[in-house]
Ligand binder design. Structure first.
Ligand SMILES: [Zn+2]
Length: 434
């Protein structure tokens, strides 16, 4: 049966915010589809599906027209919807998706992904309160690249995501709690290519010259959202009125760039392996991304020779070896690798009760994906940071999306791991003085 399309006016309030996202595709469409014989090209994320008359309500909508949204819903067959992650400018297949369903109260829908399986080890993350809180549907909920969900009788909208989203709104909520703190200053690093503000957060000893400086970065790869919860936890420890917080406030100025690829985070891009190269391969020659260029300009001016540590927080791949443990990515430079091993041992010793961490999980250079061939002609943030004057430890840390061994990742325990990172940083910096 042929598919018919009706162009529909866009919803009011989100128009400005999502203009750039939507302008990349065609206007949202209502798709009246029975049967799946026509797979459509990647055009719009918003689809209204009409299902058989026996169904509880006549139509429901899937869309990704909100910050961080990403989906291509191709068509439906009864109450099975066929969809896939929107790859946009990624040069290799990646697995990020984040969509909502409205008007499906009382139904059970099956979401069938086509192509590679983009469902993580805990099934989809789900939110029924507009993205404020999330839970995992669990591994048993997903099978053969599909999951089913029964919408409550009074369900308005339900959001599903590959993992637990963290967007600018989350950061603003966090920073808002410290609006009166003398230990926090939020500035603008630069504007993105699309005009968004990239935050530069200063925390700790910001009223006088510190003993040490520490650089924290996250979201070089837009979709790597769990890293943001750990960054938040780390900052929380630095700002806290605790023994460790006071130590940071007396000794360390932390500079955090929480969203290096801000446009990608807000637009819901994969961000990994962008063409011609992604943000974490932009640290050699002339940077093509304004935020990377700004980091490279600002950090050397700011550090004044006191930048001791640079941590770049990431998330790995979906599942399997190296992707279900927290690990440090080994440097090819032997002296740097020695420092990474030292930090790993300290982190293991302080990491109790957040997420499991073992120093032996570190991935030495030359192992698995961590090879010269992977970086090719490019340079990552950590390799660049390692070369900055005075830096002792520069490392990428990979934090899984859904499980660390037997532990299921949540926003809270990812934050708690960030607080452990702060404890490890303190011990490492104190040791480095000896
Ligand atoms: Zn990454």
């Amino acid at each position: 049966m042929r598919l018919s399309r009706i162009i529909r006016a866009k919803p009011h309030k989100e128009m400005n915010m999502h203009y750039k996202t939507l302008s990349r595709s065609v206007a949202p469409v209502i798709l009246l589809a029975i049967g799946c014989s026509h797979i459509l090209p990647a055009t719009s994320s918003q689809r209204t599906f009409v299902s058989p008359p026996s169904a509880p309500t006549s139509s429901y909508t899937t869309d990704a027209d909100f910050p961080g949204g990403n989906i291509i819903a191709d068509c439906n067959e009864g109450d099975t919807i066929y969809l896939r992650p929107d790859q946009r400018d990624s040069s290799e297949w990646w697995f990020y998706w984040n969509f909502r369903v409205r008007g499906a109260a009382g139904r059970t829908l099956k979401f069938q992904f086509t192509g590679n399986d983009p469902i993580g080890t805990q099934g989809p993350a789900v939110s029924t309160d507009g993205g404020r809180t999330w839970s995992w549907l669990g591994p048993q909920a997903a099978q053969d690249s599909a999951f089913s969900y029964t919408f409550g009788r009074d369900s308005g909208e339900v959001q599903f995501c590959f993992s637990i989203p963290y967007l600018e709104a989350n950061l603003q909520e966090f920073l808002g709690r410290y609006a009166d703190s003398p230990h926090l200053a939020v500035r603008e690093l630069c504007r993105t290519g699309k005009g968004r503000s990239v935050e530069r957060i200063h925390a700790g000893r910001i009223d006088a010259e510190p003993n040490y400086r520490v650089l924290l970065t996250a979201r070089h790869h837009a979709c790597e959202m769990i890293a943001s919860y750990s960054l938040e936890g780390l900052l929380e420890a630095v700002l806290a009125d605790t023994d460790i917080g006071r130590w940071f406030q007396n000794n360390v100025e932390v500079l955090a760039v929480p969203f290096v690829d801000k446009d990608g985070v807000e637009d819901g891009d994969q961000g990994k392996s962008r063409r011609p190269h992604d943000h974490n391969r932009d640290y050699l020659g002339k940077s093509i991304y304004p935020s990377v260029e700004a980091v490279r300009q600002f950090v050397p001016r700011w550090s004044k020779g006191k930048l001791m540590v640079a941590l770049d927080l990431h998330c790995p791949h979906i599942r399997g070896k190296y992707n279900e443990v927290i690990y440090i990515v080994g440097s090819p430079n032997q002296a740097a690798w020695q420092q990474q091993k030292e930090f790993a041992a300290i982190l293991e010793s302080v990491c109790k009760g957040s997420l499991p961490y073992r120093a032996e999980s570190s991935l030495p250079f030359g192992t698995a994906w961590n090879t010269a061939a992977n970086y090719g002609q490019y340079k990552s943030c950590s390799r660049w940071a390692e070369e900055q004057p005075g830096v002792r430890l520069a490392t990428t840390i990979e934090i899984p999306y859904a499980n660390v061994g037997a532990a299921v990742v949540t926003a809270d325990n990812a934050r708690a791991f960030g607080r452990d990172l702060a404890g490890a940083l303190r011990n490492y910096l104190e040791n480095s003085d000896k």
